[in-house]
Design a protein around this ligand. Sequence first.
Ligand SMILES: O=C(O)CCC(=O)C(=O)O
Ligand SMILES: [Fe+2]
Length: 398
Amino acid sequence: MVRGTVVGSHVSYEDLQQEMSPEYKGLKYLAVAQEIVGDRNTLHINFNLDLDFSFSSFSSAAIASQKLFQGIPAFPDNVPIAPVCTVSLFSLRSGDEGTAKNLLSACQELGFFLLDLRGDVLGESLIDDIDQLFDATKDIMSLPQDVKKKYLHDIPRSFLGFKPRGHAKTETDEPDRFEWFNMGQDGLMGNTPLQPLPPLAHTHLPLLTSFLKHGQDVVATICSTLATQLGLPPDAFTSLQAPTKPSGTVIRLLKAFSSPALADLRTSMIHHTDFGTVTLLANVLGGLQILAPGCTPADDGDGAWLWVRPQPGCVIVNLGDAMVQWTGGLLRSAVHRVNHAPGLQRFEDRYSFALLVRPERDAPMRRLVGEDADTDGEDAGLTAWEWEVKKHRKMLGV
Ligand SMILES: O=C(O)CCC(=O)C(=O)O
Ligand SMILES: [Fe+2]
């Protein structure tokens, strides 16, 4: 599989060479690509039908990701859009200082940003996982209700497993309009026995683990950059969320139901903040909204709830409350919700999935920066797990 960055019909040799590093395999295809175009400086790939066919054994992940956006109703142009900035993973991983500063501002001001994965070895691997996981998410979330209900979550003992539609309420006290399936990192990483999963999910375990590992590497990049920007040791956050330590970290598959009737033109998932450290979210249809800074959830006027426009090749990243707590409020976790999809997109069921990274179960929740380092707020004495249970119960109203 070629993991080159494809922009229009051009692939630069440098991009391919980087993507072909042995660590991410595919080295053998470099020779194939060179033979085809015979040019070490720029690879010209015309994606006409013939070439598409001959390249089909190593089609680019970036293109496949664009494909996810084809054949769906367009995101409308007449809805208020959140001012979410785009941060390049490649620049971040190259240690670019300007990008690191932009990341910090995004995490201080909105708490949300788009992470452009294209052109980066790790990012392209994640795009590849995401493309495949989209299909897997649709398949798993389309299993019959009686199958999914065999894996019901067991709150507050465990938040893993299936949450049926209507289990929680929206802000109008009506039943929610989404389902989720939470799969714990601990089972996938072998920290604990694997949770019960439908046989279909078992067939996707290598894919889920790949997404988890690549996603965790991306989250580690974000966290170490933020720590450095805040004057902390680079591992200040990552040392409290090692993927090999027990935690509440989950991969969450989501299905928000289509909204064909006027009565359905309402929220699917109630407003909330995520309570972990960092969330990576992959979606194609709109529906996600961020509450504008300074507004309250009940504000319904223009400009209070801002839509996030999904972009090919990017994941939506948001910080959770643990980062706010650890930094004494220097960083921001924004209130967000899933509304009905906008425009004609509302006629489609909306699938999304996320990696929600949480601190290790026993991590302290006291702040790591600031003067009152040991005595900050009523939550400072809690472990991450105690803190999480409290937040989860509040969100689901159980
Ligand atoms: O599906 C989405 O767009 C967002 C889901 C979300 O906010 C969550 O699961 O916490
Ligand atoms: Fe969320």
